[in-house]
Design a binder for this molecule. Structure first.
Ligand SMILES: *Cc1c(COP(=O)(O)O)cnc(C)c1O
Length: 400
């Protein structure tokens, strides 16, 4: 039976959607036809794609594709169980060891996604007698993990070390454990956390230190080792989380740290215990991706990513756009009003550029923006062309 629309129980959802439409916050999903590439076809239209997290172009890399196909031939399509029952395959263990070596830590555990890695870890290691000190722009998966832990949550102003210290001083005699948690690169701003100073604070006030490196693996640090490497704080961050879904090009999340931390998560992290492990194709893809990262070919891709980033940021600045405090390939184009941001994005699409508008609740009300991300595989000519179109449409609708 498909005729559920008329049932009154869910009328309130329909009403909520109507309200979103009235506020110009309703969207349709853009549907990708074919591969995730710098020039790609969405909703039947070929556009320059400035909205993927595919930093190094690995989603379609021949070596990764080969690894996925070979693993499927060899091991099948699924793992058949959660990790703690019969769903731990040898390649799962090998990938974890490989990531730990790459990150220069004792141990690593892979989760189904970056979201479950964050949510599963914070909720496992803290309880309601504990305290979390969190940057106000931390990712939703951190926020959800904090809530699930039932610990007390204190938020400090974005990257504001004085405000962070104020919170730490006010809670100096907190009886439970304390966790200081931050994104390494902030996903909507593209700025980098001041990890050396945050580590100083964590050490001074006796906090567990945790960093989410979703947007810095494959982007920052020696061969893309992330913000811990970029900021020179090896050994000072207790818990490093990251994703296998962005620069790595596949899907998954990981947590890196001490053997005890990882062993504890094996025993207590709920997504690890209660949700099935990755299929062999995903794990083999990630193994191939880390092998590539830790090679000269990987270095070359990262260099290209940064050259493209500088080129594109310069273009946007020359056109007069406000791009906030970004220091990474994530470059927001600040608009303010959500309606206007969505209009900007729609017009750009019509002109051949995909740059998604981001509004509430992903960013605060009144801080809507277009979020652009260039990749290593964008062609200069396409980036130049995209900037030219953004400039033209932006001035037409009054953003610059
Ligand atoms: C994307 C993202 C995640 C979630 O990663 P997935 O693998 O997509 O679930 C977590 N944290 C940050 C900062 C992110 O940007």
């Amino acid at each position: 039976m498909t005729n559920t629309a008329a049932r009154p129980q869910l009328q309130y959802l329909h009403d909520a959607l109507e309200e979103l439409k009235a506020k110009n916050q309703y969207f349709h999903l853009r549907v990708l036809d074919g591969e995730q590439k710098p020039v790609a076809t969405f909703d039947g239209k070929e556009v320059i794609n400035l909205s993927s997290n595919n930093y190094l172009g690995l989603t379609t890399h021949p070596k990764l594709r080969r690894a996925a196909i070979d693993a499927t031939r060899k091991y099948g399509v699924g793992s058949g169980a959660v990790r703690t029952i019969t769903g731990t395959m040898k390649i799962h263990m090998e990938l974890e060891e490989q990531i730990a070596r790459f990150k220069k830590v004792e141990a690593c555990v892979v989760f189904q996604s970056g979201f479950t890695a964050n949510a599963g870890t914070v909720s496992a290691i803290l309880g309601k007698e504990d305290l979390i000190i969190s940057d106000e722009l931390n990712h939703a998966s951190i926020i959800d993990g904090c809530r699930l832990s039932r610990a007390t949550i204190k938020v400090f102003k974005h990257k504001d070390l004085a405000d962070c210290e104020r919170v730490l001083k006010e809670t100096e005699n907190w009886p439970g454990k304390k966790l200081l948690i931050t994104d390494g690169v902030f996903s909507m701003e593209g700025d980098i956390a001041d990890l050396p100073k945050l580590c100083d604070l964590a050490e001074r006030f006796n906090c567990i230190m945790m960093v989410d490196d979703a947007h810095s693996l494959g982007v920052l640090g020696n061969r893309g080792r992330g913000t811990i490497d970029h900021c020179g704080v090896h050994g000072r961050v207790d818990i490093q989380v990251g994703t296998l879904s962005k620069a790595i090009g596949a899907i998954g999340g990981y947590v890196c740290g001490s053997k005890d931390l990882i062993d504890f998560l094996y025993h207590r992290a709920r997504p690890f215990l209660f949700s099935t492990s990755h299929p062999p194709s995903v794990t083999a893809t990630c193994q191939a991706a880390f092998e590539l990262l830790d090679s000269e070919a990987g270095e070359k891709l990262i260099k290209k990513l940064w050259a493209n980033t500088k080129f594109f940021k310069n273009k946007l600045k020359k056109l007069g756009f406000k791009t906030g405090a970004s220091e990474t390939p994530i470059t927001p184009i600040l608009v303010g009003d959500a309606g206007k941001a969505f209009e900007f994005s729609r017009e750009l699409f019509a002109e051949g550029v995909l740059a998604m508008a981001i509004g509430f609740p992903t960013v605060p009300e009144g801080k809507a923006r277009l979020r652009t991300i260039v990749t290593a595989t964008h062609k200069r000519a396409d980036l130049g062309h995209a900037a030219e179109i953004i400039g033209r449409v932006g001035s037409k609708i009054g953003v610059v």
